[in-house]
Design a binder for this molecule. Sequence first.
Ligand code: GLA
Length: 385
Amino acid sequence: MSLELMAKRTADLYGKCFGQPPRWIVAAPGRVNIIGEHTDYNQGFVLPMAIERYTVFAGDGNNRREVVMHSMTTGDTATFALKNLKPGSPAWSNYIRGVTFHFRKLSPRLAGFQAVIDSTVPSSGGLSSSAALEVGAATLLEAITRQTLEPLKKVLLCQKAEHDFAGVPCGIMDQYTSVMARKGHALLLDCRTNTSTPVLMPGDDVVVLIINTTVRRRVGDVEYSTRRAQCEQASEALGLPSLRDATIQDLSALSRIRNPVVHRRARHVVTEIERTLQAARALEAADWTTLGELMYASHESLRVDYEVSCLELDAVVEIARSLAGDGVIGCRMTGAGFGGCAVCLVKSDAATHLIRRIGWLYEYRTGIQPEIFSTRPASGARILE
Ligand code: GLA
């Protein structure tokens, strides 16, 4: 569905729910990470881009000191007072509760608001549906209060909302991409300085396919926190501020003093940071062979050393790799892992055929029908009207 159609649909429902047209319509995109997985919270590099899938808010301020939000995706409504904001239910409202809580500290002017929310970002798929919700909410609040935040401040506010209200100790990549993304570009983001360089995705030769395995393991959040803690253990043991500062030679010291699991986790991070830098150069030079090899190497490292893949993601990557002759450039799992989506770079003229072929082979192998779509790099969050 086009963004225009989504905006219209959301505004129409707002009119039905609240008896007048919305004052504002805003959109925030989901993201896909091309490479650089589980490196952001180690102050490393990542190479994400925004996708043409959005969370749209149609909304307006109110003076009732309360927030009323209706989700078209879940069909339920969340209502909460501005005072004493705490996590609550439904679960999706926590992202908005968190953003509202932190935004109010910057803009006491906020006296309440109401909105209808729609989204085409698949939830729990590793495509940052939560970041799109947070960044969409922050963009709506900017519009309502007419107070534009400095973009990095907005990113950090949304990240903090996720830490404090959803309890997930995420890195900065998702919120950063949803705010800062540039059309036609990926972002080489340095998660130490929180600065990025846009990397043009050259011409129309390639498109990104997103292959949703549609499986999601419940252990995901716990395992994410465990991985983060293991990385901290590794950098502490090495006497370094973060794994960004470690070299592959440093890691041999680690194998003497720590258990082999921590060593493998650190090896993934150190090698993945290096692959991400190489991938950005390959993308810029349209060196598809190198980029493809780096994506497969990243997947292998996530599967073996970081242990965040799963059978279904491995199946997608194997299937894609077997179709190199049909126009597949590279493929890997994307996002936190334990299910969700794979990202697959393909030659544009082969995309339609590959969507069918990968879909069929995946279903044949797993018995599950995947969701597959193509996207070009999209722009970051914005006010539509
Ligand atoms: C999730 C987190 C990100 C990042 C990825 C893994 O999407 O929100 O900060 O850590 O996992 O690369």
